[in-house]
Each structure stands twice: as C-alpha cells, then as structure tokens.
Write a protein that binds this ligand. Structure first.
Ligand code: 13P
Length: 284
C-alpha cells in the first residue's frame, strides 16, 4: 500500500463516517499511528505541525513519515498541519508529503483566499491535496498559541471552497486546540448549515476532549476528518513518566519508547474505529 492523498482517503471514507488525523513528533509517534491504523485496518492521516517540521533538523521526521507511509499496509496520508505560509507548504511537498494544510484563518477572507489559492495551484499540479481553514480556533497547538477564536460564518464556506478549490475545509464551531476547560460547547447549527452549502469535506480540529456523543452528531452532520493532537501527546508523556517513575534507576531508553509506541497505537486504533463506525451507536 502506498502513500495516499487526502482527496483519495476522504472519497473512500465517504460512507464510513470520518477519518482520524493524528499529530506526529518523532519515530515512535509515527510508528504508533501507522501501527494503530494497520491494526484497525483503516486509512489514517499522519500529520506533523508546521512549527514542528520547521524546527532545525526536523525535516528528517518528515522524510521518515513518508518512508513509513510507503511501507504501511493501509493507505496513509502524510500531512502538513497548520502551515501559515506558502514556503512551509512547498517544503513539505518537496519532502514527498501527500497533503498540506494552509491556515490563513488569521487573515482577512480575501487574503486567506489569495494565499490558499496560491498553495492549491502548485499542490494540484503535483498531485498533493490541500486543506484550508476559515474561522479561527483558540488554544495552543505545537507550541503556538491563539487567544481568541472566531466562529465560521456558514455563508463563507461555499464561497471559500469555490474560490480556492481546497480538498477539505476546517471550520470553527467552538472547538479548540489543547485540553478543554469543562465540556466543549460546539455550535452544531453552524456545522449543519455549512455542510448543506458545500460538497467539500469539512474538518473538525481540536478533537481531544470532545465527547463521543458530540463526535457522533458532528460526523452525522458532515464532518469527514477529525484532528487529534493532545491525546497523542498525553499517551506519550503519561507512558514515559509512569514507566520512568516506576523504575528510575533503569533509565530505560530501550523499553520505554516501545511502550510509548504501543500506547500511541492504541489511541489511533481506538479513535479510527470510532470515527469510522462506532460513532453510530452514540447518535441517539
Ligand atoms: P487537539 O490537540 O486539541 O487534539 O487538536 C489537534 C488539532 O486540531 C491539530 O490540528
């Protein structure tokens, strides 16, 4: 099975609920995400945030993701998450990524369209999918924080999709990056209206902490891709701190990374199965 584009997996996933996208930081999270997808027997999106890929030396993580995806037994989209500039997208494309997100949500509508369109033109020419965003999410992602959020105006959704030609579109309905304080308050009216106005698959960021019933409603209304970042980080850090504190003298840098890989695989397998099928049980 080779590396797949976002467009391809979103198409095959059309009658199968949504597809999970998981944040990657290193070899162990990359292998964990892909191992989990193989166990679930489902396609997966392995994403890396632009702030992570742009750290010195981290292009090697991108290369590694492409190599692992090429060898995976299920379709894997290698995805650049939340790039704010054209150059980061070009870097990912040169590394062999199959999808990029250009996030112009901090710009005016017209500037966002202009930047997104520029990325789409180049990406499409080389067979790479593009995700855009309208409306902005609050919270901290990959070390970069946004204080205020701006809900998506549903009327902007078809206009933005048509003007840019994106393959997927992230919307803001009260979802946030990082851990929620209390129960997330999602505006399903915005989602329902947006989904009715476009054929472009819609994306829900800030997946960690959203409740099963809320996911079910969101997928039923038209969400096709769900982003999970913090849950991956928690699996990594909690496994590391637990095992290290249990046997500090061992400084077990052989066994602990294997356990981290397993913990991340369990997250990916569980979430992928839920987004593909099990969400239906939570619709009532
Ligand atoms: P969480 O960290 O809240 O799961 O969000 C991840 C995300 O949306 C990455 O784009």
């Amino acid at each position: 099975m080779s590396i797949a584009t976002l467009r391809e997996v979103l198409k095959t996933g059309h009658d199968r609920g949504a597809i999970g996208a998981f944040s990657t930081y290193d070899l162990f999270t990359a292998q964990g995400i892909m191992n989990g997808a193989e166990k679930a027997g489902l396609p997966v999106i392995a994403m890396i945030g632009a702030p992570v890929l742009n750290k010195q030396g981290n292009e090697e993580i991108g290369r590694l993701m492409v190599r692992l995806a090429d060898k995976a037994k299920v379709p894997v989209v290698v995805f650049l998450d939340h790039a704010k500039d054209f150059e980061s997208c070009m870097k990912a494309i040169r590394l062999g990524f199959s999808a990029v997100m250009i996030d112009g949500s901090h710009l005016s509508f017209d500037e966002n369209v202009q930047l997104t369109k520029k990325v789409v033109t180049v990406a499409k020419a080389v067979g790479v999918s593009v995700e855009g965003e309208i409306g902005a999410l609050a919270g901290v992602e990959d070390g970069e924080g946004v204080v205020s959020s701006k809900m998506t105006n549903p009327d902007d959704v078809p206009r933005f999709a048509d003007l840019t030609g994106v393959d997927a579109l992230a919307i803001s309905i009260g979802n946030a990056h990082g851990l929620y304080k209390g129960k997330p308050n999602l505006n399903f009216g915005i989602l329902e209206k947006s989904a009715k106005l476009t054929q472009t698959p819609l994306v829900l960021h800030g997946g960690t902490g959203i409740e099963k019933k809320q996911f079910a409603r969101a997928i039923d209304l038209g969400i096709k891709k769900v982003n999970i970042g913090t849950e991956v980080k928690c699996a990594f850090m909690d496994t590391f701190t637990k095992l290290h504190s249990e046997n500090k003298e061992a400084y077990d840098l052989v066994g602990i990374p294997q356990a981290i890989k397993q913990a991340v695989a369990e997250v990916a397998e569980k979430d992928l199965k839920f987004f593909a099928e099990q969400w239906r049980e939570y619709l009532k």
